[in-house]
Design a protein around this ligand. Sequence first.
Ligand SMILES: *Cc1c(COP(=O)(O)O)cnc(C)c1O
Length: 469
Amino acid sequence: MSLTYVSTRGEAPELGFADVLLAGLARDGGLYVPSSWPSITVGDLDRFASMPYADVAAEVMWPFVEGSIDREAFASMVTDTYATFDADEVIPLTDLGDGIWLAELFHGPTLAFKDVALQLVGRLFDHELTRRGEKVTVVGATSGDTGSAAIEALRDRESAEVFILHPAGRVSDVQRRQMTTVAASNVHNIAVEGTFDDCQDLVKALFADDGFRDTRNLSAVNSINWARVMAQIVYYVTTTTRLGGGAGRPVAFSVPTGNFGNVFAGYGAQRMGTPISQFVVASNRNDILTQFLTTGTMTIGEVHPTSSPSMDIQVSSNLERLLFEIFGRDGAAVADLMARFRSEGTVSVEAGRLDLLAEHWSAARVDDERTAATIATLYDERGVLLDPHTAVGLAAAREMRADPAVPMVVLGTAHPAKFPAAVEAASGVHPQLPDRLADLFDRTERFVTAPNDYLTVRTMIESTLDGAR
Ligand SMILES: *Cc1c(COP(=O)(O)O)cnc(C)c1O
């Protein structure tokens, strides 16, 4: 029996997996969630403890895709996905002492956890588009991590031409080079003379331009895509089985959070039966989520730049998926709440609603100073270097841990060499890129520079597409 997906705002049609994959956002502005949560039993957890990551992944995700994709084709896409990771266990665990563990989600092609999901989503996209005989133009704006992960996920795929806009001179050299040194004829980097917000506005304008959107078949691989959440559920399951020793013993997670996609995947794993006793939502100075989870009120402010830029976010789009659950899956109530948030810039939920989260959820804000101190101390004590995002997670884990007898897992969302300046400033040590990227600074870059002007950017994309096809 195949699972269907419903929108968090209750007005869009129920769709199957393949349509949800290609649609991204639902037509009513909501996000798709599964109509029910499949279940994982204690027996499954025991079995998973001794299985390779990719095999567990194929089994855990199968109920979400069943009916849309052939089982063997799916299993082989999953195997190929995790073969791109340069660690045998895919997600290695490192002991940080005191029952705290680091889950290293950053061994994929671009050294950030986004690869765990996007490497699979790229393959799923290509598979479904090829089956339908369609081609898409993927456009996206990036301040760093998402752009390179999307490029690596879609490079050399015949079904997509990829245009990634980044703010010229405002992404780190490592991040820019990870995007611009990819030698694939379907990948196009545009450095916009402006800020990340300007890039985002240009992408929004391209999507709002009906003629362009429809003739060029525009598409996005954005963070609200259900398939990304689905792929992230898996490492909560595998990590829990390894540390809990199967047998259903609980584990806690601390999650460096921006758009809330990662930690919502943990919620999904818990709903499916994974024994997770605590989620620590870790924010940097941009703490709208910490405020919401501790007070029930969420207010938009301005974005402050921090040493953990991938968490410099004001509105965490995936939170809507959790709101849908705490409102008893009442789409109309969620639509109303989101409309008030948009128009007034602030919204509160009644205390009773948050009670549902009280048992398992906590949140903490960690500023840049504490982040740097956390990196320095851990390096001194154990010789382990953390990137600033992961350090926010570790500091929050120590502050909020509910039960010292339960293993606490800090999700390592980026390799330290992805943020060398902040890591070196904190620890005095320059983090080394892994061997396969050691020549990153010798590779040839390819990108064009564009003024922050809509028509110029659109014309550049159109002439590239006309030349490519
Ligand atoms: C994207 C990202 C995050 C935030 O993840 P969300 O799923 O948006 O909450 C945290 N750390 C790093 C390094 C990231 O790239």
